[in-house]
Design a protein around this ligand. Structure first.
Ligand code: CMX
Length: 138
């Protein structure tokens, strides 16, 4: 497996309304999309920085993964996402290395990407996402 780039860095925040102005100033660009991912119980806000995005994550439920994360650790970096070509193959490869998968099969994430998470307990404490944009033009 050889990821092509860091697709995004996910940052857990208590409030998008409060965090967005800070990132707009820091990055010198506007938030270009806000999207709710209902099955993950988050609202997401996106910024572009080169080929990489910053994804702010606001929980819509204290029982969701980001709600639980903030309760336990507070706001901060939540996950890192690597772009790969061939997500199914990549998952098979990491599984064969003994890495624990949260998602055995890719599922739909924000922005129409196909995504799958690797468990932080087998990735040195970093919640890791692999993702593929099947609509990208090569
Ligand atoms: N980074 C590092 N460690 C994390 C973590 C994170 N983001 N989230 C949870 N953990 C750790 C916890 O600290 C805890 O560690 P300890 O046992 O040492 O205390 C352990 O993982 C278990 O955490 P938990 O709070 O009991 O939560 P669960 O086991 O129910 O779930 C996880 C943990 C990672 C499986 C779950 O959060 C998950 O499935 N995450 C993937 C999906 C996700 O995060 N979606 C939100 C973003 C969606 C998007 O980008 O669109």
């Amino acid at each position: 497996m050889k990821p092509t780039h860091i697709e995004h860095i996910g940052i857990a925040v208590k409030s998008l309304d409060e965090a967005i102005p800070y990132y707009e100033q820091l990055l010198g660009s506007s938030c270009y999309a806000i999207e709710e991912v209902a099955d993950q119980r988050v609202r997401t806000a996106f910024f572009k920085i080169g080929q990489t995005k910053i994804e702010l994550l606001e929980s819509t439920s204290p029982e969701g993964p980001v709600g639980k994360f903030i309760e336990k650790k507070g706001e901060g970096i939540h996950h890192i996402a690597f772009a790969v070509d061939g997500l199914e193959d990549a998952l098979e490869k990491v599984k064969a290395q003994g890495i624990r998968l949260i998602d055995e099969q890719p599922r739909k994430g924000a922005e129409g990407l196909h995504i799958a998470f690797l468990h932080p307990k087998s990735t040195f404490g970093v919640l890791t996402e692999l993702c593929e944009d099947k609509n990208k033009t090569k």
